[in-house]
Write a protein that binds this ligand. Structure first.
Ligand code: ACO
Length: 325
């Protein structure tokens, strides 16, 4: 009998401090940075984002999301035999946020590691967990996307600081006799490192180079719309399915215009696209599991629906996962 993996529970968490565009615009104006609600909404679709308090780390946000996912799956933390955290804003340089999270969950022993693929991180992590379950190395994985991008934003750069937010999302992925995950498709092209990066590193006891995010927004936009279409078509072909089989597209939540363009290329109505960027901003690796959990808990996504998850981000990295929920 074939062995597949299937999502059995989802969870998410947003830190309580919510900033509407108007509130962020006022905070930035006090620092001499000029922007507007109109510009942010028109160019990105973002209306609000959440920022974590200074003493809250990625593992704290992840812990809340994981508890909800574990509860939804009807299991206990002790039943988890693999933890993968996708993040670009880890608690420490090392050990991994996954190890820190494992300890906060009150368990020990199972493998735990981080995946670094920026905004594609959750799709990468889900693909890895699927592969480890299919080969029998794991049976019940916790797959997490969690970020505190507010820590790496340059609040004097209006072209980036209005775009991002903090949050976490998680799924429990279990071995199953039926799919579950139909197909996955991952890619990277390292020649685009410079268009979206945090170039600094830790050296000699201090941050060497800039520890803040820099982005060529237009270059990212152009690459993103191309590769998202390619990844969607590739994963459908691998699964032997067509666009018509997709009930919900859950793209990385960076910009409503990228999502509209992807939906149009795939001939999917925007009614079939899960959109949370308006309320969450771009939460990088957390954005897809946050959107998934929001749509599951609102009743939009139902058991058996076919979902296309699509990530794209720094690296440049991109990929897609096609699954039955
Ligand atoms: N408020 C007001 N004006 C602004 C702001 C702002 N916050 N930011 C930029 N502007 C101005 C610019 O200075 C420019 O002014 P100018 O014409 O006088 O020079 C004008 O707005 C237009 O700027 P553009 O960069 O051309 O704006 P664009 O329409 O391309 O939108 C954006 C910018 C939103 C960043 C867009 O390019 C985009 O969404 N790119 C993709 C970003 C993305 O998806 N990033 C995440 C990838 S995932 C990851 O790995 C993190």
């Amino acid at each position: 009998m074939s062995r597949f993996s299937r999502i059995t529970g989802t969870g998410s968490y947003l830190p309580p401090r919510r900033l509407s565009n108007a509130e962020l615009v006022a905070e930035l104006a006090a620092k001499g940075v000029e922007t507007s609600d109109d510009w942010i909404v028109e160019r990105t679709g973002i209306r609000a984002r959440h920022f974590a308090e200074a003493d809250v780390g990625v593992s704290d946000l992840a812990l809340h999301a994981c508890r909800k996912a574990i509860e939804a799956a009807g299991c206990q933390a002790a039943d988890i035999d693999l933890i993968i955290v996708a993040t670009s804003t880890p608690d420490m340089v090392f050990p991994s946020s996954a190890c820190i999270l494992q300890n906060k969950l009150g368990v020990a022993g199972c493998p735990a590691f981080d995946v670094q693929a920026v905004c594609s991180g959750f799709v990468y992590a889900l693909t890895l967990a699927d592969a480890l379950i299919k080969t029998g190395s794991a049976s019940r994985a916790l797959v997490v996307g969690a970020e505190v991008f507010s820590r790496i934003l340059d609040f004097s750069d209006r072209t980036t600081c209005v775009l991002f937010g903090d949050g976490a999302g998680a799924v429990v992925l279990e071995a199953s006799d039926v799919p579950g995950i139909w197909a996955t498709d991952l890619h990277a092209d390292g020649k685009h490192v410079d268009i979206l990066c945090v170039p600094g590193h830790v050296s000699g006891g201090k941050a060497s180079g800039s520890p803040l995010l820099t982005m060529d927004g237009q270059a990212v936009f152009k690459l993103a719309v191309g590769v998202l279409e390619d990844a969607a078509r590739a994963v459908l072909a691998k699964a032997g399915k067509t666009e018509a089989d997709v009930d919900w597209l859950i793209p990385h939540q960076a910009n409503i215009r990228i999502m509209q363009s992807t939906a149009k290329k795939l001939k999917l109505s925007m009614d079939k696209v899960v959109v949370t960027v308006d309320q969450h901003g771009n939460t990088s690796a957390a954005s897809i599991p946050l959107a998934l959990d929001t749509a599951v808990r609102s009743g939009k996504i139902k058991k058996g629906d076919t979902l296309m998850l699509e990530g794209v981000g720094g690296g440049f990295t991109w990929g897609a996962v096609l699954l039955d929920y």
